[in-house]
Design a protein around this ligand. Sequence first.
Ligand code: FMN
Length: 136
Amino acid sequence: MFVIVYIVMLSRLVYFSVEGDVGAQGILRILDEAREGNRGEEITGVLAFDRHWFLQCLEGPRDAVTRKFLAIARDQRHSGVTLVAFEGISSRLFPDWTMGAMDASGLDREAFDPPSMTASAALATLRGLRATGATM
Ligand SMILES: Cc1cc2nc3c(=O)[nH]c(=O)nc-3n(C[C@H](O)[C@H](O)[C@H](O)COP(=O)(O)O)c2cc1C
């Protein structure tokens, strides 16, 4: 008897972008679309935002995460999409959320300034927001 083992190459991708003045309703719509779009693809993650920036982490099968990122990068609701990290992982940091939302508006401008963040600083920020429970 053959046992076929399908090894999923899990990956984590982090990017930031300039928010295109979408407003609170626009963010809710993006989150709805993200959760709907990620559910069937085993993608989980978080989207942090304030009035200037998006900082998103996508975790899941490598091919699905790649396709999703390419689709998101074409979305007209943001610009200046910049890849911060893409790496293989053995476990997810945000396994429970098809797309968690983190409102970073309460942080200082300097504390939520994605262009100045290294990959590890970006992840530390996302983990820190999770720890403060700043989700919606
Ligand atoms: C900042 C931002 C983050 C997004 N995140 C996701 C996501 O995690 N998953 C997803 O399916 N769509 C996400 N979207 C929406 C996609 O860009 C796209 O509109 C949606 O997947 C529908 O695409 P389709 O019309 O080609 O099916 C995001 C959009 C923006 C602007």
